[in-house]
Design a protein. Structure first.
Ligand SMILES: Nc1nc2c(c(=O)[nH]1)N[C@H]1C(S)=C(S)[C@@H](COP(=O)(O)O)O[C@H]1N2
Ligand SMILES: [Mo]
Length: 227
């Protein structure tokens, strides 16, 4: 992130306006941040993590078989424009491709995962969250829930993904559609995504109610709520 001004003499308080307030909120939400994943190589592996080459499966043990034809995604809450997508309408939205690392709280990390889907920033543009929205609560087809601040949801490498390495996401990894938020521990990346709720107050999800850290930043080792 760069300072607001390069001119060291410009110490005057800038005029406040609705526009600057909105821009500050966008900055907090990370709307215009770039290169969140461009960390120096030395910092790429968070503390306490080890690298794996395969991709482990972790969930509550029940794997909902929700075919693309039955899958729906509800985008709702404190927004101007709630919508419900079918798989077809979701695929008709602008698509992005990302290359990102996975960090699981159980200490494995996996580098260079190619995901395809719809960016969370695009979702925010579609639904238009009210100004007082601060959190996002995700609900999945297995009953799983997780929560995160909207600025983390809006990271430039976060997406609602349908493909991994050029193929449809397998059911065990959350297909047809899952969230991917690479800069937080992977429990925040809800599989079998059903609902994205924009909320003004925080609502801890499944693991967050069971002792996991509410935020889950791997570089801060925010594994458990006492950390
Ligand atoms: N719906 C749902 N999403 C979930 C989970 C879950 O149990 N249900 N587990 C989370 C946890 S703890 C992890 S580590 C990752 C694992 O994703 P993977 O099985 O694709 O590696 O999914 C997350 N998303
Ligand atoms: Mo996990």
């Amino acid at each position: 992130m760069t300072a607001a001004s390069d001119d060291p003499s410009s110490a005057d308080a800038p005029p406040e306006s609705k526009l600057t307030a909105t821009k500050q909120r966008w900055a907090r939400e990370g709307r215009f941040l770039t290169g969140r994943h461009a960390r120096p190589e030395a910092e790429r592996l968070p503390p306490g993590q080890h690298l794996v080459r395969d991709w482990p499966v972790l969930d509550l043990g029940m794997t909902p078989e929700i075919g693309a034809d039955r899958w729906r995604l509800a985008l709702l809450g404190a927004v101007e424009n709630p919508v419900q997508w079918t798989f077809e309408s979701f695929k008709a939205e602008p698509q992005i491709s990302t290359l990102s690392d996975i960090h699981c709280v159980t200490s494995w990390s996996r580098y260079d995962n190619r995901f395809e889907g719809v960016s969370t920033r695009h979702i925010i543009e579609v639904v238009k969250p009210r100004d007082d929205v601060r959190f996002v609560v995700l609900t999945s087809y297995d009953g799983y829930t997780t929560n995160l601040p909207i600025e983390d949801f809006a990271a430039d490498d976060a997406l609602v993904a349908h493909s991994w390495e050029g193929r449809p996401l397998t059911t065990e990894h959350g297909g047809p559609v899952r969230l991917v938020v690479p800069h937080l521990y992977f429990w925040k990346s809800a599989k079998w995504l059903k609902r994205i709720e924009f909320a003004t107050t925080d609502r801890p999800g499944f693991w967050e109610q069971r002792g996991y850290h509410n935020h889950g930043d791997p570089w801060q080792e925010q594994r458990y709520s006492s950390d």
